[in-house]
Ligand binder design. Structure first.
Ligand SMILES: [Zn+2]
Length: 177
């Protein structure tokens, strides 16, 4: 019984590692991996996870030549990219580069109508988004801080505000239709 369970677990574990290697495009077999030191292996995985986390943005960036250089600088030299959880780092990256769906970020997409669709009183900027859709009042320029914790807390609040706004838009469109 013990052997059945443990071999089953080992098989599962090995399979999940294999899946992860595929997911992160790490092309190596187990023999090769076994020759690496713990630290070397850790660094290889870390590098691939970073590439994986920012892959959708890299594809996007090739289409935006103007911001290509800024994107490169953000990914290569900014500490937050590697220190934060990949999901938060990716969100922070999008906010810092003005790539989140905000009317003031995409004026032509919204045909110059940048007004907040909740209060119709102010432009939908980051600061307005947060104060209009949540109880928080933060200075969203903190997203450009060099302090990792500040970037993280600012990112979480902005992401929450975006979520609340999107939920409002969806429920409103459901009411209308
Ligand atoms: Zn508003």
């Amino acid at each position: 019984m013990y052997y059945t369970i443990s071999s089953y677990c080992i098989k599962n574990w090995a399979n999940s590692i294999k899946n992860k290697l595929n997911e992160y495009s790490i092309v190596m077999d187990e023999n090769q991996i076994s020759t690496f030191s713990h630290n070397k292996w850790k660094n290889i995985v870390k590098k691939h996870v970073e590439i994986y986390a920012f892959k959708p943005l890299n594809t996007l960036s090739t289409k935006m030549t103007k911001t290509k250089n800024i994107i490169y600088q953000e990914l290569k030299t900014k500490e937050y990219v590697t220190k934060l959880h990949p999901k938060i780092a990716r969100e922070a990256f999008k906010i810092r580069l003005g790539m989140v769906n905000l009317r003031s970020n995409f004026k032509s997409k919204y045909k110059m109508n940048t007004l907040c669709q909740k209060c119709f009183r102010e432009d939908e900027t980051l600061n307005h988004l947060v104060t209009c859709h949540t109880d928080n009042s933060i200075n969203c320029t903190d997203i450009y801080s060099d302090n990792i914790e500040t970037i993280q807390s600012t990112t979480v609040i902005i992401a929450e505000a975006l979520k609340v706004r999107d939920q409002r838009l969806v429920s409103r469109s459901l009411l209308i239709s």
